[in-house]
Design a protein around this ligand. Structure first.
Ligand SMILES: NC(=O)c1ccc[n+]([C@@H]2O[C@H](COP(=O)([O-])OP(=O)(O)OC[C@H]3O[C@@H](n4cnc5c(N)ncnc54)[C@H](O)[C@@H]3O)[C@@H](O)[C@H]2O)c1
Length: 255
């Protein structure tokens, strides 16, 4: 059987690594990681290409080049996390025009432009593909300020804006490309245990305790638990799933 081709933008990050490992185990996918970070431990079934999503003017041309080299993907996943240097310090109190516009540019705009570009190639090549975008509970919910009180994490207004935009973009893209049998979905991931996003600092005990108490399953996610539904959405088992923002949050959003 011919192997399917999957492109994973951000495939060397925490969630991306679990995603590429799961695809690799299935044995019927050729895997191409598009990332600014290199992984020196990949096996020969997994290729990696330096790809910087934050350079918006080059995205369309770079996608064209990767497709020319490897072929048109059956599955396109974006699990990257492009951020500016000051990302972890952004809060409602210090929101400024430059951080706002730059982060929207490199995260929201880049995700939208790359997904649409790949969908165009899939349609042109008659590939009935699957596009999956990594989203967050904060793409559909406001942040609970009590969760952050006396912790080392701040609610980030730009994250909500970016992920909220992507949650609806997925629906628009799915509606437009449905006629080509291209499916577009996002994963609404709950918080993952580990570092504060965009830094090497661990989430403190107070944050974890409060988050766990608020979550019906009583804990934060492991990255591999976010990767599993990505495999499902990529597969033919999800052939009737499109335009969905698929909740994988331990029940965080239901109460
Ligand atoms: N970690 C969480 O708790 C969590 C929760 C919900 C949603 N998410 C979402 O999941 C996605 C992945 O998160 P993660 O925790 O794995 O992040 P991560 O920081 O561990 O990994 C992100 C990957 O993206 C790559 N990347 C960053 N900038 C890039 C660029 N300009 N071009 C190409 N690649 C780039 C990095 O090199 C890295 O390999 C993000 O979109 C994030 O918003 C994360």
């Amino acid at each position: 059987m011919k192997k399917k081709l999957v492109f994973i933008v951000g495939g060397n990050g925490s969630i991306g690594t679990e995603i590429h490992k799961k695809f690799d185990k299935l044995k019927n996918y050729r895997i191409i990681i598009l990332d600014i970070k290199k992984n020196k431990k990949l096996n020969s079934n997994i290729h990696q290409v330096y790809f910087d999503l934050s350079k918006l003017k080059t995205i369309q041309n770079n996608i064209k080049k990767v497709i020319k080299k490897f072929g048109c993907p059956d599955v396109f996943i974006n699990t990257s996390y492009p951020i500016t240097k000051m990302w972890k310090n952004i809060s409602y109190n210090n929101l400024d025009y430059i951080s706002l516009s730059k982060n929207i540019e490199i995260h929201l705009n880049s995700f939208a432009l790359s997904a649409n570009e790949v969908a165009k190639h899939m349609a042109k090549n008659k590939v009935k593909g699957s596009i999956i975008i990594l989203n967050s509970i904060y793409g559909t919910l406001g942040q609970d300020n009590n969760l952050y009180k006396n912790t080392n994490i701040k609610p980030n207004p730009i994250y909500s804006l970016i992920k909220g935009g992507l949650a609806n973009f997925v629906k628009g893209l799915a509606a437009y490309y449905g006629k080509y049998e291209i499916r577009v979905n996002s994963i609404i991931a709950g918080g993952i245990k580990g570092n504060i996003a965009g830094s090497k600092i661990k989430q403190n005990q107070n944050f974890k305790k409060k988050y766990n108490l608020k979550t019906p399953l009583g804990r934060m996610a492991r990255a591999d638990e976010i990767a599993s539904p990505v495999i499902f959405l990529a597969s033919d088992e999800a052939s009737y799933v499109t335009g969905a923002n698929y909740f994988v949050d331990g029940g965080f959003s239901i109460i």
